[in-house]
Structure formats: structure tokens, C-alpha cells
Design a protein around this ligand. Structure first.
Ligand SMILES: [Fe+2]
Length: 386
């Protein structure tokens, strides 16, 4: 059967490699940037990363206003507040540097500078009227892929939910991926973001929206993570491992930006909204269980995941080979020292009902899932992960 028609979107310009961040000033100038609103992760300031980006912009003659009030898992209110300051200052360019929270904040602010109202007006798919101001996103963790995707996630305190703005207008104009910026990321964050990237790669590879183009990126991301994540966690100054993980995160982001995530992210979002567990850890907790459930849908692809993670699958039946994929992920999570059971982060049986209810609302993600998931299936998977 012929593959279905697939569209493929990525940032217009990608600068990737050690030292790539030095390009920020020249890139900003190329877009006619004069007044740059620089959104930086507050934790990066002590390492001088934000200052280096600011100096790069100033060296090209831009005025810079720095905003570091980035919230972890940013609330809509925090993004509206940042956009208000940027608008009043007359910013015509947004630069985001940091982890997923800083980059999502930057995506929201850039959009609001050319679309009226508040961020809540754009929750949903394709609701923005036009592109935001030009934006440059610079990740400093290897995992979220926020610098590539059309998705950004925000916490709504009143609902205790994370809501998504899904808009091609939020794909940045430039993504700058510099592994040197990840050298100071602590092992626990390297581990959680690395498994988040693995989840992106596996979910997009097995998504109903996967295409031959996204498969290229997704499977290579799995292979890179299998090769480099343990070393990046064990020895954060190993540049080859950091470079491998930066590339993996970017590739996995390209894959989810076009094929989407499914079961793992759908089950993980309520953990974040209802229990304030970070995105990476929430996904890590559910990855092997989601894979075990989905493996039936495509034994060949799950076997390829196992092989890309270094599992010897020669001579195994398709079913046994596919099963090795979840087992390989479980071992990787164990080796990099992140929680493997939901009970380790305070989840109990009495929480399961609300988690199932929250997960079933993620219709955007279930539409990509290769196996139908009923509420009783979600309940069984979450109970296994307890
Ligand atoms: Fe994710």
C-alpha cells in the first residue's frame, strides 16, 4: 500500500553544533530585530548562559530587555504578564533560551505580540490568526523539542490542567541547538529530559501520523539516545554524549512536530496538572507501560525500536522482539536513576480515577494512537505503573 500524503514542517533555519549559540546576533539581525525580548531560564543565569546570549545580541546592535520570571511548567498568567511587558517595550523579536518552560513562554509571548487577547484565546488547534513576531529559540536541555514543534503547553491553575496552544505560527523562525549550553545540566534533569526525548521518538515513530520522513528522524533519535544518554548522565562533561543527546532531542522534536505524540504523553499530562510532577518524569513513569500496550499494533516497528536501543533481536519472534523495546526503556530509566513507579512520586490507588478522567480528555493525542484505548485500558495501564 502506498504511503499517505504527508506534510512536513520545521523551523525555517536551523543552526546545530558546538558553538552554534554564537550565531544568535547575526540571526536576530537578519530578521530586522531591533528590540529583542530575551526570555531566559532563571537557573541559567548563574552559569552565564543568558548573559552570553544577551552579549551576542548587543554586539549586533540590538537593544535587549531580559525577562527571567519564567515559571517551571509556565502558567497562562505568567505568559500574559511577560507579553504585556514585551508589548509595552515595543519588542519586535523574541529570543528564548532555556528548557521547555522558557521556550514555551517565548512561543506564547511571540504569538501574543501579533495576536490580540490573552493566551487562553489560543488554547486549541490552529486558532491564532497570524505568525507572531520573529522568534529564535535556543534549548539548554536535551529533551523537550520545544524549539521545533507547533505545540506549547501552559498550566491553568483554576482547572489544574495543562492546556496546549497548537499552531504552526508558533514554530520559531530559527532554532539554535548548541550542545555546549547543556554541559551544566545536572544528571537528574539530563535523565528526565532524555527519557522525554525517547518518549517523543517512540511515540512519533509508532504514531498513526508517522510518515517515512518522520520515521527517519524518530528512529535515529532512538538510536542516539540508546548510545548517549547513559554517558551524558554519568559524565555530563562528555562532549560527544552531550552532542549526541542534543541531536537526538532535536530529531525527536522534528518527529513529534509532524507525527505527534500519543499514549504516553496523554497519560502523563494529568500527572503534571493534578500532581505537579515535571513533564520529563511524568513521561518516564509511563513510557514502558504505554509501549507494552501499543506493541500489538505494530510488532515490526516496536522490534525496530528494540534494535535501535541495542537489544539483540536476531532469532526472536516478532512478538518477543517487540517486547524487548519496553524492557530496554525500563532498563535505561533504571540506569539513569529516575523514578520508575508512580508510587515513588506519591501517586496512590485513589488518584487513578481522576488521572483516567484527565487522560481521556486528551483527544488530540489519542487520535494519533495506533491502538484504541478505552477508559478501562487507561486505568489498567496506570495501575500497572503505580
Ligand atoms: Fe514531551
Amino acid at each position: 500500500m502506498a504511503d499517505k500524503v504527508a506534510s512536513f514542517r520545521i523551523p525555517a533555519h536551523i543552526v546545530l553544533g558546538c558553538g552554534a549559540a554564537e550565531a544568535v546576533g547575526a540571526e536576530a539581525k537578519r530578521f530586522g530585530g531591533r528590540r529583542a525580548f530575551l526570555i531566559g531560564d532563571p537557573n541559567l543565569q548563574k552559569h552565564g548562559v543568558v548573559d552570553r546570549i544577551m552579549e551576542g545580541l548587543k554586539a549586533e546592535g540590538l537593544e535587549v530587555k531580559l525577562w527571567t520570571e519564567v515559571e517551571p511548567e509556565p502558567s497562562v498568567q505568567s505568559v500574559d504578564a511577560a507579553a504585556g511587558v514585551a508589548r509595552e517595550w515595543g519588542s519586535n523579536l523574541v529570543v528564548g533560551v532555556g528548557g521547555g518552560s522558557a521556550l514555551d513562554t517565548a512561543k506564547g509571548v511571540a504569538l501574543l505580540l501579533r495576536n490580540s487577547g490573552t493566551l487562553q484565546d489560543y488554547f486549541g488547534i490552529g486558532l491564532a490568526k497570524q505568525r507572531g513576531v520573529p522568534s529564535i529559540l535556543i534549548p539548554t536541555t536535551s529533551g523537550t523539542g520545544a524549539e521545533i514543534t507547533p505545540n506549547s503547553l501552559f498550566y491553568v491553575p483554576a482547572l489544574r490542567e495543562k492546556k496546549a496552544v497548537v499552531s504552526a505560527y508558533t514554530i520559531p523562525d530559527v532554532a539554535i541547538v548548541d550542545p555546549l549550553l547543556t554541559l551544566t545540566v545536572p544528571p537528574s534533569v539530563t535523565a528526565a529530559t532524555g527519557i522525554d526525548a525517547l518518549s517523543h521518538a517512540v511515540e512519533s515513530y509508532t504514531s498513526l501520523n508517522a510518515s517515512p520522513m518522520t520515521d527517519l528522524y524518530a528512529l535515529e533519535a532512538v538510536r542516539l539516545i540508546g548510545t548517549h544518554l547513559r554517558t551524558a548522565v554519568a559524565n555530563g562533561s562528555d562532549l560527544a554524549a552531550r552532542e549526541g543527546m542534543a541531536r537526538a532531542s532535536f530529531y525527536a522534536g522534528v518527529a513529534i512536530g509532524n507525527a505527534g505524540t500519543n499514549i504516553v504523553h496523554a497519560l502523563a499530562y494529568p500527572l503534571q496538572g493534578q500532581h505537579r510532577i515535571t513533564h520529563g518524569v511524568a513521561n518516564s513513569l509511563l513510557l514502558p507501560y504505554g509501549m507494552e500496550f501499543n506493541a500489538l499494533s505494530n510488532l515490526t516497528k516496536f522490534a525496530a525500536v528494540a534494535e535501535a536501543l541495542g537489544e539483540p533481536i536476531a532469532g526472536l519472534s516478532p512478538r518477543a522482539a517487540a517486547a524487548r523495546s519496553a524492557e530496554a526503556c525500563r532498563l535505561l530509566s533504571m540506569d539513569v536513576g529516575i523514578p520508575r513507579r508512580m508510587s515513588e512520586v506519591g501517586i496512590r490507588q485513589e488518584h487513578i480515577g481522576a488521572l483516567v478522567e484527565g487522560a481521556m480528555k486528551m483527544t488530540r493525542l489519542w487520535a494519533n494512537n495506533p491502538r484504541q484505548v478505552r477508559p478501562e485500558d487507561a486505568k489498567a495501564i496506570l495501575e500497572k505503573a503505580l
